[in-house]
Design a protein around this ligand. Structure first.
Ligand code: ZN
Length: 186
């Protein structure tokens, strides 16, 4: 399975997207939570189809308009399975983290059904990258695509783990920077 997609949803057929959303959504009371009845991640967020789209993001996109680049879709109702557009709002990463931390859950970790990597693997990948292994080699080694590696390295996914920056600061003590002092004997 793929990692949950947070990319532009307007690239998909909108009628198809709406059918997918409504076919697994309990919309019996318009003002109450619309609970997603299909597959869910461990933290309760609904997942649509093989493309692993997040149901609440799809609902926000279809009803409230496109999600601004880099923005998260948060719940006013504190119910991650809810896809009622009136209960959703687009927020910043900070809004989303406060939301997630306050509710003791995190959208991006190994506990959800779409993860291809694990906490341990991501830490290894970040260390290997800090030690100058290429993204292509890492992708091959871990059997995922280069974009998955890139997202893990730069912390767009697996945000709860130590960042590349903090790992790099440590590893620079063990890994001399290439092309550094060795050039001085010319
Ligand atoms: Zn709700």
């Amino acid at each position: 399975m793929n990692t949950p997609k947070t990319k532009d949803l307007s690239q998909f057929n909108q009628d198809h997207l709406r059918d997918k959303l409504y076919s697994k959504t309990d919309r019996s009371s318009p003002d109450q939570c619309w609970n997603w009845t299909g597959a869910k991640m461990k933290n309760g967020y609904g997942i649509i189809g093989k493309k692993c789209l997040l149901a609440h993001r799809v609902s926000h996109h279809l009803h409230n308009g496109p999600i601004p680049n880099g923005m998260f879709v948060c719940h006013k109702c504190d119910n991650p399975s809810c896809v009622n557009p009136h209960h959703l709002f687009a927020g910043t990463a900070k809004d989303n983290m406060e939301d997630a931390v306050g509710k003791k859950r995190n959208a991006f970790g190994e506990k959800h059904g779409c993860a291809q990597l694990s906490d341990e693997k991501v830490l290894d990948i970040r260390k290997a990258w800090a030690g100058r292994l290429t993204q292509e080699k890492l992708a091959k080694e871990y059997g995922v695509t280069a974009p998955v590696i890139r997202a893990a390295i730069y912390g767009r996914t697996w945000k709860h783990l130590p960042s590349l920056h903090s790992l790099n600061a440590k590893s620079n003590q063990d890994w001399p920077v290439r092309g550094g002092e060795n050039n001085s004997d010319a």
